[in-house]
Structure formats: C-alpha cells, structure tokens
Design a protein around this ligand. Structure first.
Ligand code: HMG
Ligand code: MG
Length: 303
C-alpha cells in the first residue's frame, strides 16, 4: 500500500528518535553480545535513522545489560549526519561518556517521588542536584543535552501524575539548557486527551518530544494527539521492544515500524526505509529468541 491520505493540521516531517538499542535492550534479561548491539546500531543507521539512542552510562549493577557501553561505542561505525546520544545520570556517567567521544547525552528525571527513588536513588528534589552539574559540564564540553521526564501520566505507586507536577519538573530541566524534553509515559497509561492537556499545559510544543510505552495499546493514538498538538519528534523502538527495569509494569515502547506505517499513510516524511526496519526487527527478534511485538513487523514479515 503506497497511497497516502493526509489529514489537516499535521506536520509535514517527523523526526523519529530511535531508542531500541537503549530502552529496547535495557530490560533484556539475557546479555546481548556487544557485536550484536553494534550491528543493530549500524543497521538502524542504514535504514535511515538520524538519531539512535545507543546505550547508557548508568551504574553497571543497576542495568547490567548496558555495562558494555564503552566497548559498544568503540565498535560503532559512526556515520556523518547521524547522532548517537547516550543516557547519563550523573558526573561519573558524564566522565565515562566524554572519554568515549560522545557528542549528545540525555538526563532522565522522574515526575514522581517514588520513581525518583526507585530509578535514581534520589528524591524529586535531589535528582536535580545530580543533573545540574551534568548538564552544565556537558554544555561546557560542547555536548548537546536532551532531557526525559518519566511517569508523566501515571505511576504504579502514586496513581495519576498531576499535570502541574510534570510541567514543574519539565520546565526546570529545560531551564538548565536541555535542547529538548521528552515526555515519558513509562507505564503506558496515557490516553489522547491527557496527552493534549499535558502538551497544552507547557504552553508551546516547540521543545517537546513524546515517548510512549504501549502497555495499554494507546501509543499510536497518543502519538497522533501529540502531532496534532504540534510535537514533531517521536521516540520509538525497533519492533516495539523495551521497558524499564525499575517499573515492572512498563512494557515495550511504541514500535518504530507501527509509527512509520501510520506516518507514511498520512503522507508524513520520516526518511526511513520501512522494509529495512522490518528486516532489522526480524533479525533482532531471532537473536532475542522471540518474535517482535510490532503488528506491522508481524504483518510485513509474513510476506
Ligand atoms: P547510587 O547508588 O545513588 O550512586 O545510584 P552513588 O552516586 O551513590 O555512587 C555509588 C557508587 O556507584 C560509586 O562507586 C560510584 O562511583 C558508582 P564507589 O565510589 O562506591 O566505588 N557510580 C557509577 N559507576 C559507573 N557509572 C555511573 C555511576 N554512578 C555511580 N554512572 C545512579 C545512582 C543514578 C547511578 C543509579 O540509580 C543508576 O544507575 N540508575 C539508572 C537506572 C536506569 O538506568 N534506569 C533505566 C533508564 S530510565 C528509563 O528507562 C525511562 C525512559 O525510557 C523514559 C520513560 O520511559 O519514561 C528514559
Ligand atoms: Mg522508556
């Protein structure tokens, strides 16, 4: 199917921020060999991705799957025009990232007290003591900084997250000098009207991105709501893999292929080659030992 049916008030171009190698793999129990990770990242670049979130410089005991961050970066075949951001929570992580020539990082905050404790061993307030020097140090070193805020819609321990609480954390991160704020629905409980209300509460969509996990099957509907509200960067993960080890109810991210199928149908350009994405997902699924959860991958790989 190649015809597109554009709708009113949608952007003409969308940037897909691919998080498969980081968010997708971080929850895998069996350690994926570093050469598979390196090939995965290279294949994503070959499929047309311009932003590939590659790994995390977190504590290796907290996320053992990504303990090979240094080695992975040394194996990449970096392509001009492709960005390879990494997650960095603290100064120790920044030091490690800078030693490996990283030119973009992301800090990741929580909108709720409980998740700040579980994911970062900090409080809602003291997480900023950790991020402030990281953002300042990265900017000083000429490294771009993205920010995430997690549990933007709800949290397994505290229920619905109040919108003003999310906006307060998000604006503080943007105020530090982060170029973009990705709104994380870590456990996938958001619905489209909630997405619109949250984006509207920020006053402008210009520096916002969205990051939907698909636990309740809402990720594509939520994405459409975000696009209508003016967002033009959408996070997604190859084949819909992923989750957060510190939020058990978090399942996979919005699948990149499902997103690209929808955007292509709307006539929105992403620069991505869907056939290559599907081939990469199928290749990765074989290595992970289970089929991709993406409906589009399942449909297209049946031939
Ligand atoms: P902590 O235990 O409070 O760390 O953990 P600390 O600062 O007290 O340091 C303790 C020791 O760890 C020290 O060693 C440090 O050097 C070392 P010692 O001096 O005792 O020998 N250490 C490190 N070593 C290597 N790399 C580091 C590092 N930091 C400290 N970076 C910390 C605090 C933030 C480190 C820990 O909580 C952590 O690593 N958390 C990361 C959890 C994580 O990665 N979660 C998943 C990503 S978030 C996510 O998936 C959500 C997202 O997708 C959006 C969404 O879906 O909502 C982004
Ligand atoms: Mg996530």
């Amino acid at each position: 199917m190649s015809r597109s049916y554009p709708m009113r008030d949608l952007p003409q171009q969308v940037t897909v921020h691919e998080v498969g190698p980081r968010d997708g793999l971080q929850n895998e129990a069996a350690i994926v060999p570093v050469e598979v990770k390196a090939e995965f990242v290279d294949r994503l670049a070959d499929a047309g991705h311009k932003v590939i979130e590659t790994t995390s410089f977190v504590h290796p005991r907290w996320v053992p799957q990504l303990a090979d961050a240094e080695e992975l970066l040394s194996r990449l075949h970096r392509r001009p025009g492709v960005r390879y951001p990494v997650l960095v929570p603290n100064l120790r992580g920044l030091e490690r990232a800078l030693a490996h020539g990283v030119d973009e990082i992301a800090v990741f905050a929580s909108a709720t007290e409980t998740f700040a404790a579980k994911n970062l061993n900090r409080s809602l307030e003291t997480q900023f003591d950790m991020f402030e020097p990281v953002v300042a140090g990265a900017l000083e070193a000429g490294v771009r900084v993205r920010a995430y805020v997690s549990m933007c819609f709800g949290d397994p321990w505290e229920g619905d997250t109040p919108i003003p609480q999310v906006v307060a954390v998000g604006e503080r991160l943007l105020g530090l000098g982060c170029y973009q704020l990705s709104l994380g629905d870590t456990i996938g409980v958001g619905t489209p009207g909630h997405v619109t209300a949250l984006i509207d509460a920020f006053g402008s969509p210009d520096r916002l991105a969205v990051h939907f996990h698909d636990t309740y099957g809402q990720a594509l509907g939520n994405t459409l709501a975000a696009l209508w509200a003016g967002v033009t960067t959408v996070d997604a993960s190859t084949g819909g893999i992923g989750g957060c080890p510190y939020a058990e109810s978090a399942t996979g991210n919005l699948a990149t292929e499902d997103l690209v199928w929808m955007l292509r149908g709307l006539g929105i350009d992403t620069g991505l080659d869907l056939d290559k994405l599907v081939t990469t997902s199928t290749w990765l699924a074989e290595r992970l030992g289970r089929p991709s959860p993406s409906r589009v991958v399942q449909a297209l790989s049946k031939g």
